[in-house]
Design a protein around this ligand. Structure first.
Ligand code: NAD
Length: 336
């Protein structure tokens, strides 16, 4: 049995806890969320298992990690290295392998070299593995592209697009995408950094460039509001006509002045409300050129939960260090 600790019990963390509980070979041994109203309660009640499970949501994660000694901790709390760095160090110091879905941890070597080296060194000292993953970054617009390039003799350029439904995500994602904002508040949010669109283009670009042996000399990003013409109601947000339903975010990676990677990610809640078809598309120009379409899009919430849990056995068995999806075995659904 692989012992699992769930750190963060929001939309993603709650789903991970439910899936871990169902998987033979995995056992939940502890959980933490900074929300005081969760602490001291049975995890089964907090994460909607449909009954109690005998695991209490703790208020002191370090003490709890030291007590229950998990093999793998799933961290589903925030997006940025600055927000998860201290918690990652606590998890690694407690001797637990860790899988985080923080977007900036999917490939932090170029964007946060100091933190990446510190975490890598700590993981090596403790003989444990730290993996950043998730549907995107971590899979659709990077690892999957890299895998497709494996049948190419030459890659000249990459274009990949993900048109997705943000509805299943929690309040953190709604806020950072500007969902429900007025166009004016969206513009102000972009200006003051509270609205950021998709987090992780930089990490996806860096991961693909590293895999393909490209040196990117510039990454350019552009964000536009997607204004709703209809009312849209998602579990964590309500959007009125004229308000922002999401963010059209684009990024270009340049090599010697030439665009070699182009990523496009219009994300919104309830795209079906305006007959918008969702899907993932990857086009590699090279020898041979490859074009792959997935319709509808791989569902982000479910995919992130499933991928994080599916990576548990691989992470438990991996070599020590800070790893990315490039270094682990091909992801797979692992039943037991
Ligand atoms: P959410 O807002 O629903 O839940 C976050 C939970 O974490 C909340 O319960 C909050 O109380 C808790 N939390 C925050 N900081 C904490 C801390 N330091 N210690 C303990 N608990 C803490 O968000 P979500 O939809 O579950 O997503 C979680 C994070 O994962 C977000 O930052 C999101 O952007 C990211 N994410 C990444 C991917 C990916 O593909 N890599 C996919 C989905 C979500």
């Amino acid at each position: 049995m692989i012992k699992v600790f769930q750190w963060g019990l929001g939309a993603m963390g709650g789903g991970m806890a439910r899936l871990v509980r169902e998987r033979p070979g995995l056992v939940l041994v502890g959980a933490f969320d900074r929300r005081v109203e969760f602490q001291g309660r049975d995890l089964g009640e907090v994460a909607a298992f449909g009954g109690r499970c005998g695991v209490c949501v703790c208020s002191d994660p370090l003490a709890e990690l030291q007590k229950c000694k998990p093999d793998v901790t799933l961290l589903a709390t925030g997006s940025y290295v600055k927000d998860v760095y201290a918690d990652l160090k606590c998890i690694l110091n407690a001797g637990s392998n860790c899988i985080t879905i923080a977007e900036e941890m999917a490939y932090a070597w170029q964007s946060h070299p100091q933190e990446a080296h510190d975490l890598d060194a700590l993981a090596h000292r403790r003989g444990i593995t730290l993996l950043g993953t998730g549907v995107n970054p971590g899979f659709v617009l990077d690892a999957l592209v890299v895998m497709l390039s494996g049948v190419c003799g030459r890659v000249d350029s990459i274009f990949a697009s993900r048109v997705n439904d943000l509805s299943p995500f929690g309040p953190t994602v709604m806020r950072t995408q500007g969902v429900g904002a007025t166009p004016e508040a969206f513009a102000a949010g972009l200006e003051n950094g509270t609205i950021v669109g998709h987090i992780g283009f930089r990490q996806s670009m860096d991961m693909m460039a590293a895999a393909l042996g490209w040196m990117l000399d510039d990454i350019q990003e552009e964000r536009q509001p997607i204004i709703s013409r209809t009312q849209r109601i998602a579990p964590h947000v309500r959007v009125e006509p004229g308000q922002v339903a999401g963010c059209r975010h684009m990024a270009r990676g340049l090599c010697s002045g030439k665009v070699v990677i182009e990523l496009e990610h219009p994300q919104q809640v309830c795209p079906e409300a305006e007959n918008m078809a969702t899907g993932d598309m990857i086009r590699i120009q090279g020898d041979p050129s490859i074009e792959m379409h997935i319709h509808p899009e791989i569902p982000g919430g479910k995919a992130t939960v499933n991928l994080a849990v599916n990576m548990i056995p691989a992470v438990a068995a991996a070599r020590p260090g800070l790893l990315s999806m490039l270094e682990l075995p091909i992801p797979r659904m692992t039943q037991g």
